[in-house]
Design a protein around this ligand. Sequence first.
Ligand SMILES: [Zn+2]
Length: 274
Amino acid sequence: MPIDYSKLQAIPRRDEPYHIVVTAAHHDDIEFGVAGSVARWIREEGATVTYVIITDGGAGSNDPETTREQLVALRRAEQLEAAARVGVQDLRFLDYPDGCLQATLELRRDITRVIRETKPYRVVCQDPTAVFVHRAYVNHPDHRAAGEASVYAVFPSAETRPIFPELLAEGYEPHKVGELYLNLTQEPTHYHDISATIDLKMASLSAHVSQIGAGADFENGAKKWLLQANRDGGEMVGVAYAEHFRVLKFDEERESWYKEEMGRRASGRPNPAQ
Ligand SMILES: [Zn+2]
């Protein structure tokens, strides 16, 4: 079913301080996907943010002259710089081998540990359900594995005491997350206007020189492409630039499916599932 972008809601502003954990399979995933939103949440809402980079980035080059060790060190430095440019200082590198990621219990436990330690209100991760994108792109299996492990770290692992007793032994008590934001999604429910932070997003992305080049290579390549993608997203919802998310809220009273269905029948609206 095609997405009706006119029905997407704007992400509401939060007035109290809160923490966000953003997980991603690769160095640069956050900058491509959500750095504009992260920059706004930090600047406008005073949010604090932890980035969790799950793989070591060692598969990010086909150059036979580059060793895996060199690349891992270089990409870590690039990621630290990219994060600093939007104001993120807390980064966790889980160092799983790039290109072969699986949603194992070990990975879920490692993400759960960060959630229990930093106690985020919001977790942002990659949508594990996206397999084929726009009939032109196969989603990277690392993105799906990262997303699946993150979703199940949020629920049930972070909030359920008996899961991962070794974390309790390490002193990490259960923590309930308030919201889950999925990016790289094909079923967005919300958009975020990033017109005010699009320049910061591009500055952050430009730190990944080993992946996207510099100077004209960057300007005419990744930057041009991503500006256009965010402009296209913005056009769908009537703003200059936007990022999209599928949002799950755990901190509000559960919506009743029956109530929703009664309302739909009363209004004579067609069933969206058909
Ligand atoms: Zn990636």
